[in-house]
Design a protein around this ligand. Structure first.
Ligand code: SAM
Length: 270
């Protein structure tokens, strides 16, 4: 594996360091950082995006798990007094501790691919404290985030992301822009939490349970996958064909199913 700043990229931390200045510039233009932004970067690595972000705003919090990178980051950015490193796991990090009461966070990151899906779910749970998020992800994950009903990419990740956020895929980045190069294409996506949820569920936990159950066997019909939660007659009464597969159901319809289950009060706890 190649070394940068004397650091050997570690596979277990999902380390693929960006080195392509053209891509870095494009990401920064997409983020469009402003002076008073409350920016947080997940996984700064050796600082490819960190540096231009700091130059733009002078103030940045980062969360980095690999403790060997901490001294490298401290040295590189010692002349920025408002650069704060949180050493630890972004999956366990309480983002509300850095969001001010009046100021939502702008979260950015070239995310470690091995944890990107659970990390996005973790961040969605903080949606009220988030202004927007810009992530580099495997292109396939961006396709899933933005997928519409009927597509084979449509599933739990896209539905829950779209429940909370507007999802905007921005551009594709090829493997050659990273060191070491990953095996697949990556893409940048922007997630902007809705100010007002377009389809609010009475109980989001029930919505999550419905979506998880529906997609637990994506080739089966709703009648089968949801049978412990709601029966076929009730689905029909909601105007939803129980013989459909889960990928044909819109977010609005999932919310409608979840609300009917909430009203029944007879759902099974997960
Ligand atoms: N931002 C750098 C860049 O673009 O070159 C590095 C990106 S690299 C794909 C992912 C980074 O996330 C690495 O620095 C890695 O150590 C860090 N990382 C991995 N797992 C993490 C976790 N659970 N919490 C915080 N950072 C993590």
């Amino acid at each position: 594996m190649p070394k940068a700043h004397g650091h050997k990229a570690r596979k277990r931390f999902g380390q693929n360091f960006l080195h392509d200045q053209h891509v870095i510039d494009k990401i920064i233009r997409a983020i469009h950082p402003k002076d008073d932004d409350r920016l947080v970067e997940i996984g700064p690595g050796i600082g490819a995006i960190t540096e231009p972000l700091l130059e733009a705003t002078g103030r940045l919090d980062v969360v980095e798990l690999d403790r060997d990178l901490i001294p490298i980051l401290r040295t590189k950015f010692f002349n920025f007094p408002d650069f704060t490193i949180h050493e630890g796991d972004a999956l366990k990090f309480d983002f509300s501790q850095i969001a001010g009461p009046q100021q939502a966070l702008r979260i950015v990151g070239n995310l470690p691919y091995n944890i990107s899906t659970p990390l996005i779910f973790h961040l969605l749970s903080h949606h009220q404290q988030v202004q927007d998020m810009h992530f580099m992800l495997q292109k396939e994950v961006v396709d899933r985030l933005a997928a519409a009903p009927g597509s084979s990419d449509y599933g739990r990740l896209g539905i829950m992301a779209q429940y909370y956020c507007r999802v905007e895929p921005l551009f594709i980045v090829g493997p050659g822009s990273f060191n070491p190069p990953p095996k697949v294409d990556s893409a940048i996506v922007r997630l902007v939490p809705h100010q007002t949820l377009p389809h609010p569920a009475k109980d989001v936990k029930i919505l999550e349970q419905v979506v998880r159950s529906a997609f637990s066997m994506r080739r089966k019909t709703l009648r089968n996958t949801l049978k412990t939660l709601i029966d076929a007659d009730q689905l029909s009464a909601l105007g939803i064909d129980p013989t459909l597969r889960p990928e044909r159901i819109t977010l609005e319809q999932y919310v409608c199913i979840a609300d009917a289950i909430s009203a029944n009060g007879d759902h099974n706890e997960p």
